[in-house]
Design a protein around this ligand. Structure first.
Ligand code: NAP
Length: 508
């Protein structure tokens, strides 16, 4: 069986115990072993800081952007084998796998473009010069410079390709070296990607390292110039936030955690209209794409009581057409959950949800072996039913929450999720949008406005775009990633310069 080495300190370090077995979640067949027991994490971080850091900092944004473009090309050149691995190790259908792998390449390419547009500079001014004295001889200006440490990226299991690349693209462009740790259960794709980056020699020494296996004492060695960017469950996030390096040494931490994303259907949207079809398509796609294992997937569907029966029927009809099975086989629309742990957790979550709601759909036949579940659409008699808003079931599961059609009521139901990554609002009525937006904005990192005018071009609310912020308040972790140039800030120190501005210009 394949064993996954880690790439740290500029070399491959073989897999060593304690090890975990990576499997094909459709068949439970073992595929590989991963273990990080042979890594000296302190030395690995020091190599990234002392070798990768200076090399990246001496490059301009345009030069760093060129590295990202080269990484995107490597992924593109190895697209088919990477897709095959995502199908085998992630339970992805071919479409799911493309979403992850093409999304990784597209995000790198978008940051490569940003690097090109920032050009031949190494330091970013932040805002304009500010006159502080009687004359402009005493002025102030903010600048952003790369932090001198290492960016440690701890990723979730659901997007092994995109997760690695979306974080690495931003940190590398900002000028920080990266140590990336994919979730162990689905690490094969990230590992294969790294072998291709190394073989193609697209990265300066120390710029990108990869840890396959558990975190060991990796995080204990972080200090005040380092960054920890985490994506995963809020339980793990809580543990990481209370680490001594974070509490005592002020390691900059960004958390992307759970989210009970909501879709709100406006009272103006009638069955059969273009906006109605967009809404139905988006909900079904979000429930079934990657078997619902998407942090941005719609979990709560807030719908006017007047059309609740029609919505339930339309969604159930579409869900019944989704074939659940081994994603390596033709005609399969939804694969298994990614791991045995996920399978246990989702089945338990479905049981708890169904105990307090009515099941609208949930009887698709699923294979006996493998980590399969049927898509489940529930309907809450009371839209405020606690389990609907408290427990993120990270699988193909959503709940209908009927409301009166009043914008404030819809927003109040969404708010029960206590902060999320994305809310989608489907309406063509300006009054409804104007009433609901100010209520929703503080609750979420992104709002997707589904309407007849944009329907033909819509990627759906579940697609995270490099140009827009990914992250959200409260339960979602309070973090911000991507968002074009916004994302660079996590990896940069903002410093105020104060004095004679002719001296600032030496620096900028
Ligand atoms: P998880 O169990 O929290 O694991 C996430 C990562 O943390 C994995 O790489 C894991 O490593 C690592 N980890 C676990 N305990 C750790 C510790 N004590 N110290 C350092 N690292 C540790 O989450 P998951 O099951 O992979 O992902 C599912 C969750 O992620 C869902 O709740 C979902 O909502 C959330 N998610 C959020 C986003 C977002 O962008 N907001 C995106 C995707 C997923 P091992 O795999 O080696 O245990």
């Amino acid at each position: 069986m394949e064993t996954l080495a880690s790439y740290v300190g500029g070399a491959w370090v073989p897999c060593a115990g304690p090890t975990a077995t990576l499997v094909n979640p459709a068949t439970e067949e073992p595929l590989a072993e991963a273990g990080s027991g042979a890594i000296d994490f302190s030395a690995a971080l020091a190599f990234a800081r002392d070798t990768g850091g200076p090399r990246l900092r001496q490059m301009t944004f345009a030069e760093r952007g060129a590295i990202l473009a080269a990484m995107a090309k490597v992924i593109h050149d190895h697209r088919d084998p990477l897709i095959a691995l995502a199908i085998a190790n992630g339970g992805n259908t071919r479409k799911d796998a493309k979403f992850d792998i093409d999304g990784a390449a597209a995000t790198l390419a978008a940051y490569a473009d940003l690097g090109r547009s920032l050009g031949d500079c190494r330091i970013l001014p932040d805002g304009d010069e500010i006159k502080l004295g009687r004359t402009s001889r005493l002025s102030g200006r903010h600048v952003r410079v790369p932090r001198r440490g290492v960016a440690v990226h701890v990723n979730a299991f659901n997007f092994p390709a995109w997760g690695l690349c979306e974080k690495a693209a931003v940190a590398l462009l900002a000028g920080m070296p990266v140590v990336s740790k994919p979730a162990t259960a689905t690490a094969l794709v990230a590992h294969r990607m790294m072998t291709r980056f190394v073989a193609a020699e697209v990265l300066p020494a120390g710029a990108l390292s990869l840890v396959c296996g558990g975190p060991g004492d990796l995080l204990e060695h972080l200090g005040g110039q380092d960054v920890l960017a985490f994506t995963g469950s809020s339980t793990t996030a809580e543990t990481l936030r209370s680490l001594a390096c974070v509490t005592a040494r002020s390691v900059h931490i960004n958390v992307e955690a759970d989210s009970l994303n909501a879709a709100v259907l406006g009272p103006d949207v009638l069955p059969g209209t273009e906006t109605w079809h967009l809404f139905v398509t988006d909900v079904v796609r979000d429930m079934t794409q990657k078997a619902g294992q998407k942090c941005t997937a719609i979990r709560r569907v807030v719908i006017p009581e007047a059309v609740a029966d029609e919505v339930a029927a339309a969604l159930a009809e579409r869900l019944a057409q989704v074939t659940v099975g081994d994603p390596a086989k033709d005609g399969v629309g939804m694969g298994p959950l990614s791991s045995a742990a996920q399978h246990r957790d989702v089945k338990e979550g479905i049981a708890r949800l169904c105990a307090d709601t009515t099941t609208v759909f949930g009887d698709a036949t699923v294979p006996e072996a493998g980590y399969f579940v049927s898509p489940v659409l529930a309907r809450a008699a009371d839209p405020r039913t606690p389990v609907v808003h408290d427990r993120e079931v990270f699988g193909p599961v959503a709940t209908l929450c009927p409301y009166s059609g009043d914008a404030a009521e819809a927003a109040a139901i969404v708010a029960l999720g206590q902060g999320g990554l994305v809310v989608s609002v489907y309406s063509d009525q300006r009054d409804f949008i104007a009433a609901v937006l100010p209520e929703l904005c503080p609750q979420t990192g992104r709002i997707y406005l589904g309407s007849a005018k944009m329907a033909a071009q819509s990627p759906g609310p579940g697609t995270v775009l490099p140009q827009l912020i990914h992250g959200g308040p409260g339960r979602a972790g309070g973090g911000e990633e991507l968002g074009g140039a916004f994302g660079l800030a996590l990896y940069q120190q903002r410093t105020a310069l104060q004095g004679d501005p002719s001296l600032f210009s030496i620096f900028l």
